[in-house]
Design a protein around this ligand. Sequence first.
Ligand SMILES: *Cc1c(COP(=O)(O)O)cnc(C)c1O
Length: 420
Amino acid sequence: MQAYEATLDYARDQDQVDILYSFRERFLFPRHNDRDVHYFCGNSLGLQPKSVAYLMQAELDDWAKYGVEGHFQARNPWFSYHHLFSERLSKIVGASKDEVVATNTLTVNLHLLMISFYRPKDGRYKIIMEAGAFPSDQYAVETQVRMYGYDPADAIIEIKPREGAYIIEEDDILSAIETAGDSLALVMFGGVNYYTGQFFDLEQITAAAHKVGAYAGFDLAHAVGNIPMRLHDWNIDFACWCSYKYLNSGPGGVGGIFVNEKHASNPNIFRLGGWWGNDEKDRFKMEKGFFPQKNAGSWQMSNAPVFNMVAHNASLDIYDKVGMKALRAKSEKLTGFTEYLLKQVTHLPFEIITPTDPKRRGCQLSLLFKERGREVFDKLTENGVVADWREPNVIRIAPVPLYNTFEDSYRFYEILMGIQ
Ligand SMILES: *Cc1c(COP(=O)(O)O)cnc(C)c1O
């Protein structure tokens, strides 16, 4: 048990010994009344690395200088631009570099991966997902099911928290999988639930899915760059994520996918084709016949959106310098400290619905207000705190270990204490 103290001195002492403290300097903070805001919204949109502007200019210069020749002549040739990311991404999610690719965007990737891994037939057509999943995921799953002529109310099994609870019991997920048995085609779960911040046991869920002959895929939007994972070792079939949350790659930034090598190298796993997914050496032959690459790159469709990948490049460099291990060590402590501070706030009507066990959460904490939630949120905003409000009654805050400090959390606490 960590012995925290609710004082500014304690917070500053922690910042002094924080080996990641200097990384804050690499990011641009919005301003409020001529001061940096207290930014707790990295779970929604990460901050801009200062290096993005320079790297963006370099691409503009190469385009100006080389025109079409930039595909091969640019400092980072556009033809192979996506290769810039695989190794660094693979370390973040725990995979080999052939199992990951930066491509498309999250919901698009979810659809493309479901085209490959949701192939209902012979009574095996059901999908298990979490109740209250992010709307885009709900829409994706609903329309996939409809595409094959099923009724979502029958084909989609949603796992809910128990009566009066906010967190889903892992056992309920596992037993639903077992009960669905050979009617189950796919478990499609979030890694971290966007609303509660609950991190699910991806390995156990995957094992349970495989036991009944189903695939397991995960939307890691709120897990990637937040919690270290071992997607390959956990035997996960596929996953996808966006890069603009913890990965700081800018609004609408390029998404990413993981496909286990046992599937990626298997030509019998159907995938929709596009020239960038085709075997690279034949890409410009313009011949008939789609021959997918034998790796996750085969889920690419179009040539790389270079300008949409520049910030990704900048941000992954920072991730590479820090490493997920050091990031997670700070994250557990910083979120633990923030949670401790929040527990000292007894005059406002909220409870923290995020799991208390650090293994079952990332850095985000969700504060559920029984009343006055919106009013408290507005007062935080007036005082230079950037948090986010989720209907109907939750304030989410994410002390992000890459650029938030212990003092940030203390200042947030101080402002909260001042709200009467
Ligand atoms: C942020 C988020 C999305 C957003 O999807 P885009 O396709 O990137 O717009 C989808 N699902 C989850 C779980 C998210 O957290």
